[in-house]
Each structure stands twice: as structure tokens, then as C-alpha cells.
Design a binder for this molecule. Structure first.
Ligand SMILES: *Cc1c(COP(=O)(O)O)cnc(C)c1O
Length: 359
């Protein structure tokens, strides 16, 4: 069985050795030494701004919306994982969708201003598959209209845009360290924020609002990661260069062998050091997609329809037409991409796709 992804597992012995440190100290959570070390390593290697590791990649979006969304209208993308939209609703804000760019697949910045009203408080956009949004244009619009910018950068571990970590853009950026993501801690995530005052608020919010053991800064939630998860993170972190290299090889193979006269893929924005987090292909029609998907499944190969459906069509949002997002969502398939995917399997996948495209 070949799945769209396979979790990278470090050497078990190495993981256990790191875990021993938590054991010896009898310290399993509350920002223990493994969590602090992992934060320091990530910040140092990718030169990120202020950062806080969290228990997943969804709660940080909610915390950011709680602090910056003010229960207003949030301009957002319909082409993302459902967490982007549901976090908005969960925080009593209202999603206002803006359609996407047909090649970059990120929110179409040229359509944002038309969606702004007196109730708009923030823009929540996703760097889809690690492909940066047009961050400078978005920043310009946000400044002009006094809006906050939050990036769902769940796919972006390791991405550098214009010589800067992608996490350093926006008022707040979030990442996911879920087991299916490029870098993972099993479950986990992170929140990034340049502004010191806002960072302190985020920090309090992620730990029940605690300001010391006896005082509270305000209302908070529990978004802390455990040392058990950070141990996994430290073991995986050391392999990141290898992980990116191997993922690049798979990507290059697809680019070289697939028949792009009948397909397209995502267009990565210039000046991006990409992280090879996903390999999406876009078909001419949903009919072709379903046909190809069926041929792959017959051979026990399971790609995933990321992202489907377009989020403006889910039952819990007000209906709005987003023709580009709906069209792309119906025609896009993410192919298997992970460390350890064998060349003969890649060959099989490419052959099945190219042959299926002929009929
Ligand atoms: C994975 C993902 C999330 C959620 O992250 P979790 O760590 O699973 O909570 C949010 N947004 C996007 C775009 C994702 O792909």
C-alpha cells in the first residue's frame, strides 16, 4: 500500500535516548528542557522571529483569532484545510472568502480589497502547500485598512521567502507539526510573532493566562506541547536536511516523468526556497481525476484530494461562489511524497497516471 504520505520515524534508539532525559528529570510537560531546546534549534537554524511550540497547528490559529479577530469578519481563502475556516467560526468570527490565484493557489490578493467592510478585522491566509502568499501586497492592504494579518503556515516548515523565514511574515504565523507534515512531533505546532507585546499575550493565552503561578493576565487556553512530543521533534529535527533532499528527489522524478501536456502542478512563487511538502497535480476535469484516481487505487496507491471540497461550499458557512477555488478543488490530487518512496514505485505511479491520461 502506497499512501499520499508516510510519517518519518527517526531511529528508535535515538528517540529513546532523548526521551531518557525527560525520564531522568521526571518532567513531562510545562515547557521542559526538550521543548525549550527544540524551540532554540528551530529558531537558530531558520532564523525565525519569536516562537512558541504548541500542542497542534489549529489552537494557535484560534488563539491568534481570539486576540486579533475581535469577532469580526475575517478575509480568508476557500482553498485550505478545513481548520482554517472552522477556527474562524469557532472564535465567533465570520469567514469572508476571497477566491484564489489559479496557478499559485494562494488567496488572490488583487481581490481582497473588494471584500473589506467596516466589520473586517483581519486577513487569515494559507501558504498553500508551502507556497508563499503575495505577502508584500497583503501587508500593504492590511496597513491601508488597519487590518491584522495571520498566516496559516501549517505546510511551511523550512520555507524561506526572499531570504527570510516565511514564518517571519504577518502579525502572526502558525505551523503544524502533525505526523503528516514535513517536520513533525506526532501532534504539535507553533506560533510565530515579531511584535514583543503581542507575543507576550500569545504566550499567556497558550498557558491558561498564567502570569506566574498565582496571577492571571487574562483568559487563556492550554496549547502546551509535552516533552514526549518534543523528544520526537528533536529526533526528527536532526534529519531535516536529509528529509528535504529525499523529498526533492521524489518531486524531481514526478516533474521529469509525468506528462505535463495534460496536467499542471502548482506554480511556486519566485524567490522561494520551497520545502517539497506536497506534490499536487491538476487535471483538465474532475472526470479525468476520478479516472486516474481509480486506476491508482486499483494498484493500492492512495493519493489524496487536497484540498477538497472548496471551503466556501461546506455546510457551516454562508454560501458564496468561488469559481476558481471550486474548479481547482474538483481537479487537484496530491501524489505520494515521502522519504523512502522507492524509485520503482515512483515509476509505477508515473506510468499509471500517464497511461490513464491517454484514454
Ligand atoms: C494540518 C493543517 C492544519 C492543522 O494542523 P493540526 O496540527 O493538525 O492541528 C491547519 N491548516 C492547514 C492548512 C493544515 O494543512
Amino acid at each position: 500500500m502506497i499512501n499520499v504520505t508516510k510519517t518519518f520515524l527517526p531511529e528508535k534508539k535515538k528517540f529513546q535516548q532523548i526521551l531518557d532525559r525527560a525520564w531522568d528529570k521526571v518532567w513531562l510537560t510545562n515547557r521542559g528542557e526538550l521543548t525549550l531546546e527544540l524551540e532554540e534549534k528551530i529558531q537558530k537554524k531558520y532564523a525565525t522571529t519569536n516562537m512558541l511550540i504548541t500542542n497542534n497547528g489549529t489552537i494557535p490559529i484560534q488563539i491568534a483569532l481570539k486576540l486579533l479577530g475581535n469577532q469580526g469578519e475575517i478575509i480568508t481563502t476557500p482553498f485550505s484545510y478545513v481548520a482554517t475556516t472552522s477556527a474562524i467560526i469557532w472564535e465567533y468570527c465570520k469567514p469572508v472568502f476571497v477566491d484564489i490565484h489559479p496557478e499559485f493557489l494562494t488567496i488572490d490578493e488583487t481581490k481582497i480589497e473588494a471584500a473589506i467592510t467596516s466589520k473586517t478585522t483581519a486577513i487569515l491566509a494559507t501558504h498553500v502547500f508551502g507556497n508563499p502568499c503575495e505577502v508584500e501586497a497583503i501587508e500593504h492592504i492590511a496597513k491601508k485598512h488597519n487590518l491584522k494579518v495571520i498566516y496559516d503556515a501549517a505546510h511551511c516548515f523550512g520555507v524561506v521567502y526572499k531570504n527570510k523565514s516565511i514564518f517571519n511574515y504577518g502579525d502572526v504565523s502558525t505551523c503544524s507539526f502533525h505526523a503528516t507534515k514535513v517536520f513533525h512531533t506526532g501532534e504539535g505546532g507553533a506560533i510565530f510573532c515579531k511584535d514583543e507585546a503581542l507575543f507576550h499575550q500569545l504566550f499567556y493565552s497558550h498557558n491558561f493566562g498564567h502570569n506566574g503561578p498565582l496571577a492571571f493576565h487574562g483568559v487563556g487556553i492550554n496549547a502546551k506541547i509535552s516533552e514526549l512530543q518534543s523528544a520526537m521533534g528533536l529526533a526528527v529535527f536532526d534529519e531535516m536536511d536529509y528529509i528535504f533532499e529525499e523529498r526533492k528527489k521524489v518531486t524531481d522524478y514526478y516533474l521529469k516523468t509525468l506528462d505535463f501536456s495534460k496536467l499542471t502542478s502548482i506554480k511556486i512563487r519566485p524567490q522561494t526556497d520551497w520545502n517539497y511538502s506536497y506534490f499536487p497535480i491538476i487535471f483538465e476535469s474532475e472526470k479525468v481525476l476520478l479516472h486516474v484516481e481509480k486506476q491508482l487505487k486499483n494498484e493500492n496507491i492512495t493519493p489524496r484530494r487536497y484540498f477538497y471540497p472548496s471551503l466556501n461550499t461546506v455546510s457551516f458557512v454562508e454560501k458564496m461562489d468561488m469559481p476558481i477555488s471550486e474548479s481547482i478543488a474538483s481537479r487537484i490530487l496530491c501524489l505520494p511524497l515521502y522519504v523512502g518512496l522507492k524509485e520503482h514505485d515512483l515509476e509505477r505511479i508515473s506510468t499509471i497516471i500517464n497511461t490513464s491520461l491517454l484514454c
